[in-house]
Design a protein around this ligand. Sequence first.
Ligand code: NAG
Ligand code: NAG
Ligand code: NAG
Ligand code: NAG
Ligand code: NAG
Ligand code: NAG
Length: 460
Amino acid sequence: MAIFTAILVLACLFSGWPDVTAQGADNIDIAALRKTLQSAIELEWATIPPYLNAALSIKNGTNKPVNGILWSILYNEMDHMALASNMLNAIGGAPVLNDPARTPRYPGPLPAGCLPDLNVTLEKMTRAHTERVFMGIETPECEDSVTKYHDLISKAASPEASNKTSQSVEDAFPGLLAKCNERGFSPATIGAIYIHKILCPMLKLEMQAQGSPEGTIFTGDPGRQVSIPFKVSNLTTAIRAIAFITSQGEGGDACNPYVDDQFTDNNKKKVPSHYFKFAEIVNGKEVEYGGNSCPARQPWCRDYFAPCNGINCENAITFNGTEVPFDENEVWPIISNPSTDLYPPGSMARNLSDAFNAEYVSLMQCLHDAVNGQPDKMFGECIPDMKGLRSIGNQLVQTPINPGGDPAVGPNASPTYEVQGSLLNGKADSASARSYPQKLFSLFLSCSFIFRAMTTLVAC
Ligand SMILES: *[C@@H]1O[C@H](CO)[C@@H](O)[C@H](O)[C@H]1NC(C)=O
Ligand SMILES: *[C@@H]1O[C@H](CO)[C@@H](O)[C@H](O)[C@H]1NC(C)=O
Ligand SMILES: *[C@@H]1O[C@H](CO)[C@@H](O)[C@H](O)[C@H]1NC(C)=O
Ligand SMILES: *[C@@H]1O[C@H](CO)[C@@H](O)[C@H](O)[C@H]1NC(C)=O
Ligand SMILES: *[C@@H]1O[C@H](CO)[C@@H](O)[C@H](O)[C@H]1NC(C)=O
Ligand SMILES: *[C@@H]1O[C@H](CO)[C@@H](O)[C@H](O)[C@H]1NC(C)=O
């Protein structure tokens, strides 16, 4: 039944994908989709170190609004990584988080061909860094044919849609399929990658599978699913995962600054997507949407904000709300784009940096295990690892690289996320990997870098 539509989809959908057209669209198969989902996991992962270093650089107890924004985004990124892993597991894949060759490197571009012109650096928190790198990472998709997907995805992800049991893909998501049939192009933003390289192939493959004996591509072992933020078990929950990720992140429709209500925990106040949260920091005020009384030359008005060059949003976006103050002096003077060899062997900076990287390795191994059949590890072990990482990081940013230096003057050390080849995948030489008594640092735990539970935790 689905063959004819499938051919249409094949003919139109994939024409803009370099890695796909090379093989011919007919070769888009479940293996290719698994590969793309692995890239999506790495993409989410690659956003964490730049945000984490900026968050750690903020002095304890200062810059609370900005600190809160950074941590809320970090929790979201962890959720997104978990959801991408759940999607991959749901279609019978096996996420890899413990391969040293796949750990993100800085400075450099994001993985998966995402935003190739963006040089992602590790730096202390500043407005300029936020504007160039963070707003760059979360940049909204301005391509019309993609922004139009977001309504459809949100609808398909809604509770009403999950009621549509045992329907064919075409019947359940007619609008989405029509959109996937529209002209293809090379996606570069995170949102466009999720839609064009993950959602559309998923729909197509599921449609094909409905005519096969298995009846679905969602054949993965449910026991491999991590329960936070939610499990992915079928097409509806997978679409929900994509909607959740894109709505929180670069935010679907570029002209709407807010996350779809169904993907926020906050029912009192609209929550801006990451891109607009970062823009609030840069502009020093919260975003306001829909006001139409903002004369362009008023200083408080800062003109209408135009996320996409040459596109005037129907509703005015302004940064005229509550102040989002940021004091750049209340930030530790950490070194940009650090590497281990800059820290003198035997120094406190080096020891702490080695301890940080050992904890990072142990966290990645833990997350790997959690999404490979041991989901209980997430809460039992990975979260303590995250706390440990945060605690060591807090000390690292207060540690001058040169022994005897003044931490207020710097330059102070910051996390390098360097992973030696032997450390991961159970091949760790435990003597060198854990040369520092890292467990000691776990005692310093203050605040928790917790996978979820963000509302309670951001308060720390
Ligand atoms: C931050 O400051 C609070 C209160 O001054 C203190 O309880 C907490 O331990 C400090 N955290 C770190 C990581 O230094
Ligand atoms: C990225 O930034 C780093 C540090 O500023 C710089 O050394 C490097 O050349 C940049 N890479 C590219 C491709 O621009
Ligand atoms: C789902 O279907 C049930 C039974 O038909 C109905 O009672 C319920 O209201 C529906 N839920 C939504 C969110 O549409
Ligand atoms: C998809 O999975 C969710 C959660 O397990 C379930 O509530 C829903 O009914 C399922 N939908 C379909 C179409 O099977
Ligand atoms: C911006 O804020 C100023 C001062 O609070 C107010 O007078 C003005 O109406 C606001 N503009 C918009 C567009 O909301
Ligand atoms: C760093 O660790 C080494 C090896 O454990 C130790 O000998 C050295 O004293 C430590 N350096 C500092 C500054 O604590």
